[in-house]
Every structure is written in structure tokens, then in C-alpha cells.
Design a protein around this ligand. Structure first.
Ligand code: HPA
Length: 273
């Protein structure tokens, strides 16, 4: 059986044989946040189904793809369609694309997601720059034997989200006239949304927003020594005096509506790389 390292090398070699650019930034798009794909110039698209060792998407009608091209003068690779733990993928599968990005030369990871808000000052449609996270996934993506070629056994997590990128993005948002919040993202496995007591608890432990992704990818990116920038769209508010129902459709609708604002900030940020 191939080791993780061998699979990464094989997949990276395949991708390198198909692309002409050398991406320095990797972008992971969250639910309903597809807008960025359109601004990539000179795109080369590789469906996940053609990529050796890549997971196959469980979402009907959208198999997912890697999009390679430029934003401004910066070479990027964009993941359109991500793998969630709740879909049944192992942590190795959820984070495999991040490993491959690193192997083809990506040194900065930009992640987006849709998230529920717990901070009382947040409203639906807000953007939140993630400045820290709390990992409540039931399994750690680095569990198991550590391959030193991929990173150290006990990675430091004192600054998971790069402070200079947070500062730069905050400045860009101000220039664009887009209001952004900053806060702590809590990652849970889902797929249920939280109960009222869970939202209250997650706020008490220090969370401002909660979602079902991002944390595994960020941990693996940090393991590999990548810089990370991440942003949430607040698609629903969990803290309320009366029970508020949440549906996936509402989450997608709110994410879609906020996507252009997020795309503008991410694009301007990536252009500075
Ligand atoms: N909880 C968890 N995941 C989410 C939410 C939420 O409220 N909104 C969007 N993704």
C-alpha cells in the first residue's frame, strides 16, 4: 500500500504535468461562495475525478474541480468543492488536497466557509476574518504515525492565522468600504446544526462562529508550514431567545448574497502575494 507521502508525490506529479503555472496561493471555497472562480484568468480546470488519489465528491451534479490560473499577477489554485468530514471522508481525505497544494509549491492557504454566528453583535451576511479557532472535531487530522517529511510531530499553533494577512485584509476591507468582523471559529463535525444550548455553550467557550469545515485543513496547512488566512460568512445566528430554525437552503442563500464582498477582499489580498 502506498504511504500518504507517496500518494501526495504521485498526485503532485500528475498535476505538475497538466499545468503551466506554479501556484503560490491555494484557495478553498466554502458553500455558496463560488464567485471567485469567475475572476481567475487563463484557467486550467482539472476535475477531481481525473486526479489520482483524490477523493470523489458525494455531492450530486458537482464532482468538484481544481482551477489553476492567475488573480492579478499571482498564480493560484482554487478548490471548487471541498470534502467535509460529515460526508464520511477520513481526515486524511478531507485534508489531502491541502497536502497536494503544498507539494506543488503553494505557500499560502486562503480558506472560506459559511458559519453560524454566536457573537451577539453579528448579523446574517456579516463577514468574519478568523483570528483563531477551537477544534471540536472528534478526530485529529494528524492522528497516527507522523511523517517528518510532511511536518513536525507536535506543531505549534500559537498563531494559526497569519497576523500580517489579517491586518492586510482588514485594511483592504476598509478601502473597499466593506464591514468585516474578526473572531474565533469553532469547528464541529456536523451534519446537524447546533441546538440552542450548544450555540450558547460554544459562545461561552470563546467561539464567535461555528461551522463544519476549515479546522482540519488549517491544521494540515500549519503542519506543512503554510501561511493561512480564513474568512467566514455568517449565514445564520444561533444565539436567540426563541428557537430559530436553520436550513441548508438559507445558509446557501446568505452565503451567495455575501459572496461578492468576500471575493473582492480575497482577490485584492491574493494580488498582493
Ligand atoms: N452551524 C454549523 N455549521 C454551519 C452553520 C451553523 O449554524 N451555518 C453554516 N454552517
Amino acid at each position: 500500500m502506498k504511504s500518504l507521502f507517496e500518494k501526495i508525490e504521485e498526485t503532485a506529479a500528475f498535476i505538475n504535468s497538466r499545468i503551466t503555472n506554479k501556484p503560490v496561493a491555494g484557495i478553498v471555497l466554502g458553500s455558496g461562495l463560488g464567485g471567485l472562480t469567475d475572476i481567475i484568468e487563463g484557467a486550467t480546470v482539472i476535475p477531481y475525478s481525473e486526479i489520482p488519489n483524490f477523493p470523489v465528491s458525494t455531492v450530486k451534479g458537482h464532482g468538484g474541480e481544481l482551477v489553476f490560473g492567475k488573480i492579478g499577477t499571482t498564480d493560484v489554485v482554487l478548490m471548487s468543492g471541498r470534502f467535509h468530514y460529515y460526508e464520511g471522508y477520513s481526515m486524511e481525505m478531507v485534508t489531502f488536497p491541502i497536502r497536494v497544494m503544498k507539494a506543488i509549491g503553494v505557500d499560502t492557504l486562503v480558506v472560506s466557509n459559511a458559519a453560524g454566528g454566536m457573537n451577539k453583535s453579528f448579523v446574517i451576511g456579516d463577514l468574519m476574518i478568523i483570528n483563531d479557532h477551537i477544534n471540536l472535531f472528534p478526530e485529529h487530522p494528524l492522528r497516527g504515525a507522523n511523517d517528518e517529511r510532511l511536518g513536525t510531530r507536535f506543531p505549534d499553533m500559537s498563531q494559526p492565522y497569519d497576523i500580517s494577512l489579517i491586518d492586510k485584509a482588514t485594511g483592504i476591507a476598509a478601502e473597499l468600504g466593506v464591514d468585516v468582523k474578526t473572531g474565533v471559529y469553532v469547528g464541529l463535525q456536523g451534519p446537524t446544526f447546533e441546538t440552542p444550548a450548544e450555540y450558547r455553550w460554544l459562545h461561552v467557550i470563546g467561539g464567535d462562529a461555528v461551522g463544519m469545515s476549515t479546522v482540519p485543513e488549517v491544521i494540515v496547512a500549519r503542519h506543512g508550514g503554510m501561511r493561512v488566512f480564513a474568512m467566514s460568512v455568517i449565514t445564520d445566528i444561533g444565539i436567540s431567545d426563541v428557537p430559530v430554525t436553520i436550513t441548508h437552503e438559507e445558509v446557501l442563500e446568505a452565503a451567495n448574497a455575501a459572496a461578492p464582498k468576500m471575493a473582492a477582499i480575497v482577490a485584492a489580498l491574493v494580488k498582493t502575494f
